[in-house]
Design a protein around this ligand. Sequence first.
Ligand code: GDG
Length: 471
Amino acid sequence: MARIFIISNRVAIPKAGIQPGGLEVVLKSTLKKNPCVWLGWSGEVNDTPRTHTIKKGRNSYIVLDLRTEDFEEYYNGFANRVLWPIFHYRIDLAEFSRRDLSGYRRVNEQFADELAKVLKPDDIIWVHDYHLIPLAQALQSRGLNNRIGFFLHIPLPPPEILTAMPHHDTLIPALGAYDLVGFQTDGDAANFARYLAKELGTGSHMSLTLGSGRRAMRLGTFPVGIETRQFTRLAGRSVRTKFVRKVINSIPGKLIIGVDRLDYSKGIAQRMEGYERFLLGHPEWLGKVTYLQITPKSRSQIKEYAEMEQAVSSAAGRINGAFSEAAWTPVRYVNRPYSRTALAGLYRASRVGLVTPMRDGMNLVAKEYVAAQDPDDPGVLILSRFAGAADEFRAALLVNPYDPDAVGAAIGRAMAMPQDERKQRHAELYASLLRNDISDWGDRFLAALAGPQKGRSSRTVQDLSDFITPS
Ligand code: GDG
């Protein structure tokens, strides 16, 4: 059985008693079904970097330290201050420095060096996310020609935005060195195809031979899902726990919930404004609804994040200052993480799930909120049309997160929605979750990577030529 090498910025090493989260959930079934080696950054910054290998059953985890300079330039620099904002359509927040780009390339070379020590020719490589775009090229320049795929978890913007990135013309075509490039939505894949057509003149015949020129690159759409039934069961159990009951009992009336990492792409301050418009427009709900926003901090060392932290807490303070009563606080803004179990129970206890990112690759909170509901009395999902999840979730209340009046109106509609309509919408959303469960997501990607004939539900680049207007 071929080994699968998973490469990502961070590695989630399973630990007893810790619930899996993020990439670990997404890759769980791949890690279970195949012998895997997962390689990435240890999270440690060390000027004499070490590499550790940890074995768990038939899988191993290889983690490397980063030098201080590399951590600053690769992680805090190019990945989080250039690629993250630009890929989320925020050219205005991108801060480019040539030094950061060379740090980014250096870390990709470091990963390739470590891989070169352990790779065998029939190992299959699956690279995750924007931190590692040049990795296939770095491996091929070392003579390593393993089958290699790439999956982008975040959006890919249209070429009109992508071309604003300095050195896009060397970085983006580097994806051509992969055998398969996967995206969350058809829109992202089409943006990539348009970029290639526009910048490289690939036209509408789209079987590409880029990079090393050894094999044709293909692309496909593989929307990330969740473990639907497990999450539903978890929520059913968790809603009865002491913790969730205590939260519910402390709140007068109905609960609205938002759960997001503190990131400008998630639109938390704008969402607060939407809630404020709701309170202003619907005085009948004053004192009868509480908006709980759970927001663990992230990337606080970066200036834009620190500024946003300010903006969100001042929005929460403004609303509470304007509307609070002695026995009612309209917004509870909580800046710390909760367990997955606690979140599942809180989702189930909430009448509204408010998920309004300005731009998001997929958004798993939207999916978890739907999975957590009681089908006989479900809550309503309000979802940004700019989240990847909106492609599958047509039965959510879709909103434009840039329009606080529209968000406010959607909250009003959700709060008043009759049970029959809530049940019908939930049934549709739940069916779409089951159609795209995460349990076979890895299989689909790996089958498509193995060869075009096996790519059951992947869209090949030929299908996507429809999206391209030949120039
Ligand atoms: C990237 C893309 C894409 C949040 N707070 C807590 C907590 N969470 C969990 C949620 C959810 C996950 O974190 C967040 O997932 P998202 O999809 O919303 O967002 P990103 O982290 O930005 O992930 C995204 C994803 O990759 C997968 O491809 O969907 O678009 O940006 O599972 O529940 N978990 C715990 N405590 C918290 O306080 N335990």
